[in-house]
Design a protein around this ligand. Sequence first.
Ligand SMILES: [Zn+2]
Length: 305
Amino acid sequence: MSLIHVSALILSICLLCGCISTDEPAQLENSGKVNVVATTVPLGHFSEMVGGDQVNVAVLVPPGTNLHTFEPSPSKLMEVEDADLYVKNGAGLEIWMERIIQANGDMLVVDSSSGVGLIETTDSNDHGHDVHLGDRGVHEKILTADPHIWLSPKNSMIIVENIYEGLIEVDPDDADLFQRNRDDYLDKLAELDLELNSTFSETKGREFIVLHPSWSYFARDYNLVQVPILESEKEPGPRYLAEIVEVARGKNITTIFVDPNFNPKSAQIIAREIDGRVLPLDPLAENYIENMRHVGKEIASSLEG
Ligand SMILES: [Zn+2]
């Protein structure tokens, strides 16, 4: 064997080694999976739907917590330290986002609200988290957005797309898997949206009464009117309660929907007054599609009164 042949052999062995090593999965920190932290349970669920086996998902706001008064504890901030990707709700929900970024400056932050048509709120002390809706008018106004964007299947399709974009940026080697998963889940969301459209095209009434106004985007999608009892974190006064009772009587409404994370007292007062009932709807349930189907069914049946 000549020297040239030996060199060629060594070269081909090296190339072979190179080949083998590039076939290995992307070496992300620790497990080789993408570590995702999401603000809420539904955002964590969407991340799992798109990421499949290639993601480890943790949720920042624990179930059973009021989203609007939540503050991340030091142990929660530690969970963020190993994250490759942070999925934030956006629309002004994360007033503490600065602290998350301080805990981990290296992770990619996805704003799930990017591209969602936000609903402005007139309220200034509940959801008023100083979101700047830039090009909404000539006057540079600081307006506040309703942060409950995920409670609309149409918005959720945009949210899922945003999460997908983040995942392929952090882990491009698994882009094919993420794309397949995204497409499958988008199909399911589109199907859910169609179902809800047909459900609400047939209902008699339009108005539904809720304790905490989480359902503005849902109402917008299906041409409904959300009547909130709590416009802010403050309990409503007797005059406002009387107005809601009037609406309920006028529209034959007998169901008052409550968010399980809020004190149901004022909802119970109204329910008693109209001889109606209080029914919980969970805006933060884990199985998104199943929960939204349930929500749609309950709101639709309340409109048949
Ligand atoms: Zn809320």
